[in-house]
Design a protein around this ligand. Structure first.
Ligand SMILES: [Zn+2]
Length: 134
């Protein structure tokens, strides 16, 4: 056991409290980094033909939303911290094949429907804990 040069004998409950606080702080920080945020929360911005039609906070799962863009219909699924095109009736299916986007700056583009789903906010820099790669 490490010896502490303490003038007074501290109760062990105090030590336990300090350990708990440090642990809680560490976990909180890890979750914070994992969520990818030192700034505002991650937001999905949906635009058709350059015009913003929807803005979804990805702080928590927002479920599925359907967008009509031109002759096509896209279903986008918003989870906590990520977005993906679940289904689309466009001919190329590139948007569906793009898969999940999780970082600010990433985007899903559907050329036939001229729809762009772009992530903004959250942590823009690398260095966070991120195991999902495209
Ligand atoms: Zn598409």
């Amino acid at each position: 056991m490490p010896m502490r040069p303490s003038p007074k004998l501290r109760p062990t409950a105090w030590d336990a409290l300090v350990v708990l606080c440090v642990a809680a702080l560490a976990i909180g920080l890890a979750v914070f980094q994992w969520r990818g945020g030192t700034q505002e929360s991650l937001t999905a911005v949906v635009s058709v033909d350059g015009e913003e039609i929807d803005r979804v906070s990805l702080e928590r799962a927002a479920g599925k939303r359907t967008y009509q863009a031109g002759a096509y219909t896209l279903t986008v699924e918003y989870a906590a911290g990520s977005a993906r095109v679940l289904s689309s009736d466009c001919p190329t299916q590139d948007c569906v094949h793009t898969g999940i986007i999780t970082r600010s700056g990433q985007s899903i583009v559907c050329l036939p429907a001229r729809i762009i789903i772009r992530l903004e906010g959250g942590a823009a820099k690398d260095g966070g804990v991120d195991a999902v790669l495209g």
